[in-house]
Design a protein around this ligand. Structure first.
Ligand code: 6R9
Length: 649
């Protein structure tokens, strides 16, 4: 419990130089609650507007009218905010430090270079017939061209949809169709941990799927020079087309509410949904949170180790840092390659001041003992950050002591693809830290806890985490399906945004996220819907029925536990387990790899046929004594059978 935990007070030297100290936090937070319009009108000045907004906030969470608009009459261009406005002052400053998978590969790209290449690419996109309002799918390695592609889309008003490079051809196809993309930008191969991933081959496979003929061109970055098939008339080499373009492309004036990007994420039901983020509010919120949460100061080197395929990469590798004129490090590889010392070695090599990473990465290093960090000093570090899942106090303490040499505050930042930016977080100059707690709300954010009936809960308590009013970074809709947006986020509790997370609030008002309360898994910080994995499995001819649950996993946070009922006459075997594992990896991607498959002659169901996941979760976690009430089951004996089988794992 919190009161027995270590509390780390704000360090005086940190507070003295921070953007925000305790007094300022209290005053600004209060203002953001009392006068949101005034507060956000003032904050909007941090962006360069072609036409400054006069209409600040126009938002409704009412179930019958979910409508979210910020800075509606303002005009701006996101790429001009990330590039053009920095040229005078910091054209020669490094915008992106790229660190390759191979420790010998790295390069620095200045703001001017990033500007020119992005403009050339924007002109290339136009030449391919891509214009304002068109969508472009990006399926790319962690290379600077990924950031350029995002910014080039933004420059001409095209909407990007980045698909994580670990996803399968089917996942790519689904997203190309969902977003109606006429162009895919990819690379021949990506390189991670010394292994090559055939991105172009996956795109080729994806584009054979029915419905993908909307896609007319594939722009291919040559990353490795590995062998690939070529489809004349459709495929184009990135450098060949981009090199010949002019380095000036006028930035398209965009309405603040024009879409900037679509990003797919998993929910508790159905196929992944494409969240729609718009231009003005999103960029403002990403930039502001990046400055205050990471206390970013001019000239510092900032490293977010996420992938651009996730929202963390969008907001905190690309948009937030570049809008602030920061130096942002982009890492192609994995922290365990070539050795487990890599993370610290990168910090030393590039004199990183701020490191933002995930609990799963911390736990993976921690498992190797304190010496794993011996190959680096990390004395440039000033601040650490954590995101993606709850960080357990042991991992927090290890992160603080071993990686940060007991010198760096840790900001544990809670947020979601849907929120666009950080929502619950310490500000390092203002907030005393409690390991394992994301602490308190960012400016303008109004969190609350409700019971299952939607009653607001007061004081120290536990409940469902909701947000009571809109903030500028919020997703506006699900691409092409506003009804689903309303159903998913605004139908559970009238007038509130439901996060899907459970949460405890302690006596100091600190929030402790306890994890998802819906059927969403969080495996190594990656969101996955149990329904997606189940529907993949039942598509296999041997499978009659499947149920997927999470179970506690030392490093991944949650592992994937699968119960499979085989079709009549199908023999259970280890080969079949391997085959099903491969099936899911191929269908969704390696991140959805099952950890455990258990054969289940039957699944525990209610009389109305609903699978009782609560019971399956307990069995998976080996908590078979506390199964609770099983009397409503159609056939309680299946539970004994599953428990007996579990013991044999
Ligand atoms: C940014 C991101 C969102 C879900 C979210 C929650 C979990 C993220 C967390 C955290 C506890 C934190 N989550 N940060 N849980 N503490 N600091 O991860 O977005 O991929 O959409 O995942 O991740 O469960 O609901 P996304």
């Amino acid at each position: 419990m919190s009161d027995q935990q270590n509390v780390y007070p704000v360090r005086d030297d940190f507070a003295a130089n921070a953007w925000v100290d305790k007094t300022k936090y209290t005053a600004m937070y209060q203002q953001s609650m009392d006068d949101p319009e005034g507060f956000w009108a003032e904050q909007a000045k941090r962006l360069d507007w072609i036409k400054p907004p006069s209409n600040i906030k126009n938002t409704s969470f009412a179930r019958d009218n979910v409508d979210i608009r910020w800075f509606e009459d303002g005009l701006l261009n996101v790429s001009a905010n990330c590039l053009d406005r920095h040229l005078d002052k910091r054209g020669d400053q490094t915008a992106i430090i790229w660190e390759g998978d191979d420790p010998k590969d790295s390069k620095h790209i200045t703001y001017r270079e990033l500007y020119t290449r992005t403009n050339q690419l924007a002109n290339a996109l136009k030449e391919l017939g891509v214009g304002k309002g068109d969508t472009v799918t990006l399926y790319m390695p962690m290379i600077p061209e990924a950031a350029m592609a995002m910014l080039a889309c933004a420059r001409i008003g095209a909407v990007h949809s980045v698909v994580f490079g670990g996803f399968s051809p089917d996942a790519v196809a689904q997203r190309v169709i969902g977003a109606d993309s006429k162009l895919v930008i990819t690379a021949d191969e990506s390189v991670r941990g010394g292994k090559h991933v055939p991105l172009k081959e996956n795109v080729d496979a994806a584009l054979t799927r029915e419905g993908t003929d909307v896609c007319k061109n594939v722009l291919v970055v040559k990353r490795t020079g590995g062998e690939i098939d070529w489809n004349d008339g459709r495929d184009i080499w990135f450098d060949e087309l981009v090199d010949q373009q002019s380095g000036e492309c006028e930035a398209e004036p965009m309405g603040a509410e024009d879409p900037l990007f679509i990003l797919y994420t998993s929910g508790s039901t159905g196929a992944p949904k494409g969240l729609k983020h718009t231009s003005g509010g999103y960029l403002l919120y990403a930039a502001m949170t990046h400055q205050y949460v990471f206390d970013y100061h001019e000239g510092e080197v900032y490293w977010c180790s996420a992938d651009v395929g996730w929202v963390t990469g969008h907001s905190y590798i690309v948009y937030g840092p570049l809008a602030n004129g920061a130096t942002t490090l982009m890492f192609e590889g994995v922290p365990s390659y070539p050795t487990h010392g890599r993370l610290g070695e990168i910090v030393d090599k590039h004199k990183v001041n701020i490191l933002y990473t995930a609990p799963t990465a911390v736990r993976a290093l921690m498992a190797h003992g304190d010496n794993v960090m011996d190959s680096s000093k990390r004395d440039s570090l000033r601040l650490l950050g954590s995101v993606g899942e709850p960080i357990n106090p042991e991992a927090w303490e290890w992160f603080y002591r071993v990686i940060g040499n007991e010198q760096c505050p840790i900001v544990d930042t809670w947020w979601q693809t849907e929120t666009g930016g950080i929502m619950i977080t310490p500000l390092p100059g203002a907030t005393p830290l409690k390991p394992g707690s994301a602490t308190t709300a960012f400016f303008g954010v109004k969190p609350a806890l409700v019971d299952n009936e939607g009653h607001l809960l007061e004081g120290a308590t536990e409940g469902n985490l909701v947000i009571l009013d809109s903030w500028p970074g919020q997703a506006r809709s699900i691409w092409g399906d506003h009804e689903r947006f309303i159903q998913t986020y605004f139908s559970a509790y009238e007038g509130m945004y439901f996060t899907g997370d459970g949460c405890r609030r302690d006596e100091d008002g600190y929030y402790w996220i306890t994890g998802r309360v819906d059927d969403v898994l969080n495996v190594s910080g990656h969101r996955m819907g149990t329904a997606e994995i189940e529907s993949s499995l039942v598509a296999h001819s041997a499978v009659a029925e499947a149920a997927v649950v999470g179970f506690p996993h030392d490093i991944k946070g949650q592992g994937i536990y699968i119960y499979v009922t085989l079709g009549d006459g199908i023999e259970a075997s280890d080969e079949l387990k391997k085959e099903l594992t491969q099936w899911v990896r191929k269908d969704i991607g390696p991140i959805a790899s099952p950890d455990i498959i258990q054969w289940a002659p039957g699944l525990p169901k209610t009389r109305s046929g609903k699978i009782m996941r609560r019971i399956l979760r307990k069995i998976a976690a080996n908590e078979c004594d506390g199964l609770g009430d099983t009397s409503t089951l159609a056939d309680p004996s299946v539970v004994d059978e599953l428990i007996e089988h579990r013991a044999n794992q």
